[in-house]
Design a protein around this ligand. Structure first.
Ligand code: ADP
Length: 402
């Protein structure tokens, strides 16, 4: 165990950097913030020191690139006495979206590892380049400090081939590394473990269906702590109905859009990733707004909600069959943690599977992990807030202290 006990978690997107500084002695947050619209005139940095009594600070004005962004973050941290040069900083943990088949665990970043993450750009063109930029910039700032990559795909590498492979020509698939990788793995790992804790069991003893319902959404089936199936695939487009993504669709729809509707590949990509899901069905992707419209009698919002719930229910049933025995179904992320009507509707009618939701427990608003199933139910239904940054920090800290 080193004396250094702070971990900086960085989540670098194409035009943003989100960060949190944690004290791993008690998992507390020392500071959180984000830089957005990097490369534009109207870049914005919002920094909240959480130790002491300093308030939120905001800066607007051009921040040219990720290097400038990270330097600005370092300055903010330094002015709170939490600078990147502090001997108390143990490591930086980077969220990396795609780790392919190679990375099944958090990994200390070396030149070789960085090269390998670059090799994965063709399968994650939207995400890995930004993650790589974040890593390069942070390494340039603190070359001596251990930096760790924590991959969104890692938790899913335990999926058996029967779940991970698409039934397409196997040589074509292998030549282009086409398979189901799954995403949100850090959240599925954290939430499935916290669910076992809530049940008073070891993760190895429980089978859990995790429903991560944010703007992006994915389900996973976790047997004894290991992921055996998840709903996202080669990319985060597969699976559940999401805020703006279609989720599952007959692949022939894309040929049809090309041949009959005359759309280009890029236009179809944008349609399915950005203009589909809830927003495509009813014009809104925020579940609060959709519920409000339903309460006013809006039929399109109702249809969007029903399609969303139907897909969710299909996945609960499918994953129940995959697992054979289920100890808990757990809801997490923005929608899962907050939208009681979604939880009630997804579980409604599943009593024969041992699943039920207690209306009063479901209506309680809380920030902590809790059960919402009635005492008599055979299978627990739970709400467990996800915390991907804490999970990245834990994995990073464990690795540098190993
Ligand atoms: P992501 O990390 O994928 O961007 P989040 O997990 O933060 O998303 O979830 C964001 C979504 O959560 C919003 O789009 C909204 O639909 C939903 N959400 C947030 N708060 C509530 C709430 N109080 N009631 C219903 N839905 C909510």
């Amino acid at each position: 165990m080193t004396a250094a006990h702070r971990i900086l978690v960085l989540n670098s997107g194409s035009s943003s950097v989100k960060y949190q500084l944690l004290d791993m002695r008690d998992s507390s947050r020392l500071a959180v913030g984000l830089v957005e619209r990097i490369g534009e005139e109207t870049s914005r940095l919002v920094h909240s020191p959480l130790a002491g009594d300093g308030g939120k600070r905001e800066r607007t004005g051009p921040i040219a690139d990720h290097e400038a962004a990270l330097k600005a973050v370092a300055d903010e941290l330094a002015s709170d006495g939490l600078g990147l040069d502090s001997p108390e900083l143990a490591a930086i943990g980077h969220r990396v979206v795609h780790g392919g088949l190679k990375f099944s665990a958090p990994t200390v970043i070396t030149d070789e590892v960085l090269k390998e993450i670059e090799r994965l750009v063709p399968v994650a063109p939207l995400h890995n380049p930004a993650n790589i930029t974040g890593i390069r910039t942070a390494r340039a700032l603190r070359p001596d400090l251990p930096q760790v990559a924590v991959f969104d795909t890692a938790f899913h590498t335990t999926m058996p081939e029967s779940a991970a492979r698409y039934a397409i020509d196997i040589e074509t698939a292998d030549a282009h590394r086409i398979r189901r990788y799954g995403f949100h793995g850090t959240s599925h790992a954290f939430v499935s473990r916290e669910t076992a804790k809530l049940l008073g069991k070891d993760p190895s003893e429980v089978n859990v269906i995790v429903l991560h319902l944010g703007n992006g959404a994915s389900a996973s089936a976790v047997r004894g702590g290991e992921c055996v199936e998840t709903s996202m695939g080669l990319t985060p487009l597969e699976g559940l109905v999401m805020g703006t993504r279609s989720g599952d669709i007959d692949p022939a729809v894309t040929f049809h859009l090309k041949r009959v509707a005359g759309m280009s590949t890029d236009e179809i990509d944008v349609l399915l990733n950005k203009k589909s899901g809830l927003v495509g069905l009813c014009g809104d992707n925020d579940m609060r707004e959709i519920r409000r419209r339903i309460d006013e009698g809006d039929q399109r919002a109702l249809l969007a909600f029903e399609i969303y719930i139907h897909r969710l229910k299909k996945y609960i049933g499918a994953y129940y069959a995959v697992l054979g025995r289920v100890d808990a179904v757990v809801f997490t992320a923005g929608v899962g943690e907050n939208a009681a009507p979604v939880r009630a509707a997804a579980i409604a009618g599943l009593e024969e599977l041992g699943l039920a939701v207690d209306a009063d427990l479901n209506a309680v608003r809380a920030d902590s992990a809790r059960l919402i199933s009635p005492e008599y139910a055979r299978v627990a239904v739970a709400v467990v807030p996800t915390d991907e940054e804490l999970e990245i920090a834990r994995q990073t800290y464990a690795l540098v202290n190993a």
